[in-house]
Design a protein around this ligand. Sequence first.
Ligand code: CA
Length: 220
Amino acid sequence: MTRILIVEDDSAIARNLTDFLRGEGFDAVSVPGAAAALEAVDESFDLALLDVGLPDGNGFALCSAIKQRFGTPIIFLTASGDEYSVVTGFDLGADDYIAKPFRPRELASRIRSVLRRAGRASSVVELEGLRVDTEKAQVTKNGREVYLSALEYKLLLVFLNNRGQVLSRAKLLDEIWDVGGDFVNDNTLTVYIKRLRDKIEDDPAEPRIIKTVRGLGYKL
Ligand code: CA
């Protein structure tokens, strides 16, 4: 799964971006400043989104450091007033920039185009005969196309983004409750998990992809 590091000190923006990018099938991690970014960054990240004005430094210095160490593709998130410095960003090797406020869809398409140019676009996840192409939002099971509702697909992405981790029902509800304006309560979550299993498991009675962890939740 494509990993994205978000460096942004505005916690609301960071949270929204993280949620949005996870919904888009990325493994997104956010940190609030330059020092935290340097600690978190490693070669596993396919791209970094850098805010220019950070409380403990600026995005440009960070860009140089990350580029030098890992060559990670970088997109700057610029605030109004930063535009003059966009040139500086490109001089330091930034791959693109986007001015705040931006439309999430536009950011996602910029990210995908930078990843493609950098040859890092891995949008396909496969396990147990299940194949999910998050770029095309296409799901197949044993070579046959599987048709998921928006909520079922979102639920599947939440599992893919948290592979190997136990997800509590509360966490799952938190992640999917507002997709498409549908209200999801604890009972409907059970129904959605069942529907998803019916569509992606070889034997929904003996699930091998989405496993139940008794008393705790579910795990991919
Ligand atoms: Ca900032």
